[in-house]
Design a protein around this ligand. Sequence first.
Ligand code: NAD
Ligand code: UDP
Length: 341
Amino acid sequence: MARILLAGGAGYIGSHTAVELLNAGHDVIVVDNYSNSSPESLRRVEQITGKQIKQYEADIRNHEKLTAIFRENKIDAVIHFAGLKAVGESVQKPVSYYRNNIDTTLTLLEVMQECDVKKIIFSSSATVYGEENPVPYVETMKRGVCTNPYGWTKAMIEQILEDAAKANPSLSVILLRYFNPIGAHESGMIGEDPMGIPNNLMPYVTQVAVGKRECLTIFGNDYPTKDGTCLRDYIHVVDLAKGHVKAITYILDHCCNEIINLGTGTPYSVTEIVETFEAVNHIRVNHVYGERRAGDLPACYANADKAHTMLGWKTEKTLADMCRDSWNWQKNNPNGYNSKS
Ligand code: NAD
Ligand code: UDP
């Protein structure tokens, strides 16, 4: 069993990954500055698992603090979740996005080198395939032209990590390209807790269902798809988290430099998401069809074969599970982690 440091581990995907790593018997250390999360998520991870997490409140860009944390703990591998992730905000504040997302990565790499830690898994995104590549996306495709600064930070960080691994063959890197994570742990105790108006579809749907927002606008119904709305590869966050456990097992055993898609390979339309959510949860989601959102592609979904053959991982949860668990989290915690202690 290994000791894994989760950079940005208090967030949505990090907290679910912490549960699965602890359940698999690993030790978990979280470093987070809580810029988009709350330590409450980690308290709840401890409740769910009955295990403890060593936690540090620190900015990953703080070289001195990060070095002290690495020196205090014998780290076997790092999973790097830390980053700003709102696409629209990245267009308004590109410099903050480049500064935070690139600097966290560079600082982590420097400190890892100084402290002789040789394994890193990075949270990348399907957005790096850009609009040139045809779906389904396969890892062997070249990175495309991104449509926003957030996407460019992911593409640039991939390049940085690949170059670092090439220059130092004893450094192992896995770039995990996530598709659209939704859902929540089945306990309803942890989930996605966006600040302000949600940018993403599922938190918007759940906030309309719970009465916090009046109406969902479906962005565009004139796309060249089966019902005119965009197609995405929605993946249950618990399946995604289990993919990280498999990736940790792999990276601990191999010296590698790999890109791996984490998706289901099955696309669903926005209308299908809304209809499934309504049917599974017996609740109405007010919605209207509106204009297309700038930068949206008609379809984005994975070829998920490599994760299966290389990691022995495939998704187990259905779209109904995703809709049920998203709603279970939202209705138990209408104001996210501020709802109850
Ligand atoms: P999140 O915002 O919930 O988690 C990110 C965490 O990083 C937060 O807890 C935040 O406080 C922390 N953080 C940010 N900058 C930091 C810094 N400088 N120092 C320390 N901590 C810092 O996001 P998430 O949805 O859990 O996503 C995790 C990662 O996966 C991100 O890198 C994101 O870009 C990537 N990703 C997410 C999605 C998605 O749809 N959620 C899709 C593709 C990729
Ligand atoms: N979407 C929508 N209304 C919203 C938010 C999103 O119709 O309020 C659509 C969006 O156009 C896209 C899909 O839902 O087709 C998924 O969007 P999201 O922002 O969740 O993820 P993306 O795939 O853009 O990263």
